[in-house]
Design a protein around this ligand. Structure first.
Ligand SMILES: C[S@@+](CC[C@H](N)C(=O)[O-])C[C@H]1O[C@@H](n2cnc3c(N)ncnc32)[C@H](O)[C@@H]1O
Length: 224
């Protein structure tokens, strides 16, 4: 079993401003752990996590792949989350390079077709658009969960960017809930972007039915 990253350096005060790892985070870690051997053998060189929050997920990936085996890039719109991400990398002996930006802005052009492992646990909770827009415009804890209509407003924006980021053999893990309409996400990614996706893990947690989706380019080897 791969140990969950040590977050003992983060305090309750940090988690008033930054998303504290929860069931969605842990389901994502479980999916990555299930794929650990496959991920290692594919030797990713560039990993990019959008919305890294505490840095827990990228530190976990660093533990799977090895602290200096890849470039671990993380973004978050919340600058305090960026600081927590860097601190979590340090605490777990993985160098996490954090960029405070909207999604992959400022990195997109340089990273086109170069990302081997792409991860996004987005704000997926359905809210009205005004709430999601206000969370995005003054990033604090609400930006971690307020997802707008169907919980998909930010995710839809990123789903248009993700295919262009992925290297030919790259993979993309996305967290979603039932309300996000998972069949529609899978169909759109296949039909509009030629990315084949599947649900690799799902779990009920309170009122949420969490899913981990994994996408790969059509024609690349799809693990069953
Ligand atoms: C559900 S939390 C996930 C945090 C962490 N990855 C985890 O799994 O525990 C969503 C994260 O996305 C960040 N976020 C929200 N909007 C963003 C945006 N437009 N660009 C980058 N990050 C964003 C939030 O600040 C938050 O850290």
């Amino acid at each position: 079993m791969i140990p969950t990253p040590n977050l003992s350096h983060l305090t309750a005060k940090d988690f008033e401003r930054v998303y504290e790892p929860a069931e969605d985070t842990f389901l994502l870690l479980d999916a990555l752990e299930n794929d650990a051997e496959d991920l290692k053998s594919s030797r990713p060189l560039i990993c990019l996590e959008i919305g890294s929050g505490s840095g827990c997920v990228s530190a976990f990936i660093g533990t799977i792949l090895g602290p200096s085996s890849a470039l671990y890039l993380c973004t978050d719109i919340n600058t305090h989350a960026c600081q927590c991400t860097v601190a979590t990398g340090r605490q777990n002996k993985v160098c996490l390079e954090s960029v405070g930006t909207y999604l992959d802005r400022s990195l997109h052009t340089r990273l086109k077709h170069r990302v081997d492992l792409l991860i996004f646990n987005p704000p997926y909770v359905p809210t009205d658009s005004v709430e999601a827009e206000s969370a995005q415009s003054s990033p604090a804890i609400a930006s971690a969960w307020a997802g707008g209509i169907n919980g998909m407003e930010l995710t839809n924006t990123f789903l248009k960017l993700a295919p262009e980021l992925l290297a030919p053999q790259g993979r993309f893990y996305l967290v979603a809930v039932k309300e996000n309409n998972i069949p529609r996400i899978l169909a759109a990614m296949l039909n509009e972007h030629d990315l084949a996706g599947k649900v690799v893990l799902q779990r009920r947690a309170g009122r949420e039915h969490l899913h981990i989706l994994r996408f790969e380019k059509q024609g690349s080897q799809v693990q069953t």
